[in-house]
Design a protein. Structure first.
Length: 556
């Protein structure tokens, strides 16, 4: 298989018209360090209007009869990789993480609607590859759903802490610097009696498994084999009836193994927890901001949706959310032991999006996505970045800001998407490579003049977000975008999720998104987009040391 997909790379680069005549290097198989920016073994096909290399997707041979799902790819290849298993499985609210020890080990996840396991509820999916997707992603979804027992599937039931709940949702995958995987999932008690998605004759707006929670808990599952197995399911906080609705958690891990988790608990506000023993036990909650109010004596900033947590190259921890009219941020310089006061670091102008679907599917949610430069060797080490959708130009656009002084000050907002059609761009996700390259992906409606169907776009920056590459369409299918009407919530309404995700390796960006290209359900797709490996400003000695490590981490 290694040889077959390597041939696919050659074919793709040849079609692009810019494959090197011979392998670069010293004649002994050693890549020329000067060419490592462009990926060992090939050049980029073209530069964009900014003079930056146009990213090249890493394409694989087709698996089975799937050519119609990749009809914009070179013949016989797929440049988007489906994560969701077959058997009618579908997912939204996606996540992705790339192992820093081995970029071929990629773990995806989603709020997965597989009825054989979860009845009329949802149960988080886990999708794993150790060859960068050369072969199909393996289904490593947790087998502890109590719906299996309810359906008599005793043999297929493997209990974990979440098994006492009927549903799990809102997954987040995160690799630490040692290659340990942390997977956050929100488990909640649903209605085991009616089990209905629509709640017909029970509730007018949805089934009990969506609206009448009576227990909820955030759980951190831990794997030391790249997501194949999980040895720990650690509850962060469990509530009893009546419980505040715990929503959209996020997590990160410091270089010393301290794990950080945060989310919005409705009624209380944004909360934070940390573990100093690798995710086995957790501290009591810290209230980062009260929900839907302003407490002048404490934070001075309202709590709100869109919690993100990330870490710096040392003891720095950053906790952010959509705090009323802007991006709210709190910082810790002692791995979460203490925090500074909350403040608004950037204004956000609300968006008003209409796409012809139900009110719930008007994507007005503005979750400011957070990422940091965690590599101490990077010339931008310690930088803090935000991407968000913003309505200041009259439609929904993707804006970006950066702090190069550890969150003290932020530059003026820069527009990333480059669209001039007035179409909506929304749900941005941001990540940073070990080389300091900033990668941003988002959902985009520019391909559909009717403003209904959704596409996937990407851009990167080599200078900390001051300037950006031209926006690149990511999906490898000829259409006007995927139909969001085929994506649904567990209560039966149209729902595409509340966010997407991206992660970065030295050599590539790895976006993940929901996609209904099959015309039947919404599946989870990912891509590997090769772009320059180093941000501007690398010290020659540090870069040479990094190049040695990169040679051992080829995506092939």
């Amino acid at each position: 298989m290694r040889g077959s997909w390597a041939a696919a790379l050659v074919l793709l680069a040849g079609l692009a018209g810019c494959l090197a005549d011979e392998e670069p290097g010293d004649g002994n198989g050693t890549p020329d360090p000067a060419r490592l920016d462009h990926g060992p073994g090939f050049d980029y096909a073209a530069v964009d209007s900014k003079g930056l290399p146009v990213p090249l997707p890493l394409c694989r041979p087709l698996l089975g009869d799937e050519g119609h799902l990749h009809d914009a790819s070179p013949e016989g290849l797929r440049c988007n990789l489906e994560m969701t298993p077959d058997e009618g499985r579908q997912g939204n609210e996606v996540t992705i993480a790339v192992n820093p020890k081995d970029p071929r080990n990629i773990v995806g996840g989603a709020k997965d609607y597989y009825p054989a396991d979860a009845g009329d509820c949802v149960w988080d999916g886990v999708y794993v590859t150790h060859d960068g997707g050369a072969t199909a992603f393996e289904d490593r979804s947790f087998d502890g759903s109590p719906w299996r027992l309810a359906q008599g599937d005793v043999q297929g039931f493997r209990p974990n802490y979440a098994s006492q709940f009927w549903c799990t949702t809102d997954p987040v995958a995160y690799f630490d610097v040692n290659g340990d995987l942390y997977y956050l999932l929100m488990a909640y008690q649903a209605d085991p009696v009616t089990g209905g998605k629509t709640g017909e004759d029970v509730l007018p707006q949805g089934g009990l498994n969506d609206w009448a929670f009576n227990r909820a808990v955030q759980i951190v599952a831990i794997s030391d084999d790249g997501g194949d197995t999980f040895h720990t399911f650690s509850p962060v906080l469990e509530g009893s009836y009546p419980v505040a609705f715990h929503d959209k958690g996020w997590l990160a891990a410091s270089d010393d193994g301290t794990v950080h988790v945060g989310w919005l608990a409705f009624v209380e506000g944004n909360v934070y927890f940390r573990s100093t023993d690798g995710g086995q036990t957790w501290t009591d909650p810290v209230l980062m901001a009260p929900f839907a109010s302003v407490d002048e004596e404490t934070t001075g900033v309202a709590g709100g949706q869109g919690t993100f947590v990330d870490v710096g190259p040392g003891p720095e921890v950053y906790y952010s959310w959509a705090g009323g009219s802007g991006i709210a941020l709190r910082r810790s310089t002692d791995r979460g032991a203490t925090w500074d006061d909350a403040r608004i670091v950037m204004d956000m102008v609300p968006t008003e999006m209409e796409n012809g679907l139900s009110p719930r599917d008007r994507r007005d949610l503005q979750f400011p996505a957070l990422a940091t430069d965690r590599n101490p060797a990077s010339p931008l080490a310690g930088a803090v970045y935000f991407a968000w959708q913003d309505g200041r130009n009259g439609d929904a656009d993707i804006l970006f800001t950066a702090s190069l002084d550890g969150g003290e000050t932020f530059m003026d907002a820069v527009r990333v998407d480059g669209d001039r059609t007035g179409a909506f761009q929304f749900f941005p996700a941001v990540s940073v490579s070990p080389g300091g390259v900033v990668d941003v992906t988002w959902l985009d409606m520019r391909s559909d003049p009717g403003g209904h169907r959704i596409d996937q776009y990407f851009a990167y920056s080599l200078d900390g977000g001051r300037t950006w590459s031209d926006a690149l369409r990511v999906r490898d299918v000829v259409d006007a975008g995927w139909d969001p009407a085929l994506s649904h919530h567990q209560n039966g309404m149209v729902f595409i999720g509340d966010y997407i995700d991206i992660d970065s390796s030295w050599q590539a960006a790895h976006p993940v998104w929901p996609d209904s290209r099959s015309g039947e359900v919404v599946d989870v797709y990912a891509a590997t987009l090769r772009r320059p490996m180093f941000a501007e400003g690398w010290d020659a000695e540090a870069r040479a040391e990094a190049e040695q490590a990169i040679r051992a981490q080829t995506l092939g």
